[in-house]
Design a protein around this ligand. Structure first.
Ligand SMILES: [Zn+2]
Ligand SMILES: [Zn+2]
Length: 145
């Protein structure tokens, strides 16, 4: 997709892409922490994200970008959020993602099955994977870009 700088007219599809990239970035920032990012990098990321935020109607995309911006300038609240997200991610990789299910193995005792797409969620069986999909699809994206 080629987007000219002067006539940036985001289609729903490109907004979706931006949202996914931001979500990926947010996850990365939570996992890696912001200490390793230099001030210059933070500044240019902020400029880029703020630019993208302008004229972006879909709530989802702008919320995700805002989350990234908050992570880049961590205050108490977002640090707390980052910690709880980290906890959630850890849990998400240890316990079945099915609602109310806290199994850590499949029913036959073997390791939980991973979401084949993002590998960021695990399930005790296909039934719970299907059940969780309506929620999971909003955060499921290919983890390798
Ligand atoms: Zn389950
Ligand atoms: Zn997934």
């Amino acid at each position: 997709m080629i987007v000219s700088r002067n006539s940036f007219n985001p289609s729903t599809q490109s907004l979706q892409v931006i949202a996914e990239v931001c979500q990926f970035l947010a996850t990365l920032l939570v996992l890696e922490g912001t200490e390793k990012i230099t001030e210059d990098e933070k500044k240019s990321l902020k400029t880029m994200l703020s630019g993208r935020l302008r004229g972006m109607p879909p709530v989802f995309a702008s919320e995700t970008c805002e989350r990234c911006l908050n992570l880049l300038s961590p205050d108490e609240e977002s640090r707390f959020m980052a910690n709880s997200v980290e906890g959630m991610l850890e849990k998400a990789l240890r316990q079945c993602g099915g609602a109310g299910c806290d199994r850590e193995t499949q029913s036959d005792g073997s390791a939980l099955m991973q979401c084949g797409r993002c590998k960021c969620a695990v399930y005790c069986g296909t039934q719970h994977q299907k059940q969780a999909w309506s929620m999971h699809k909003s955060i499921c994206f290919l983890s390798s870009f």
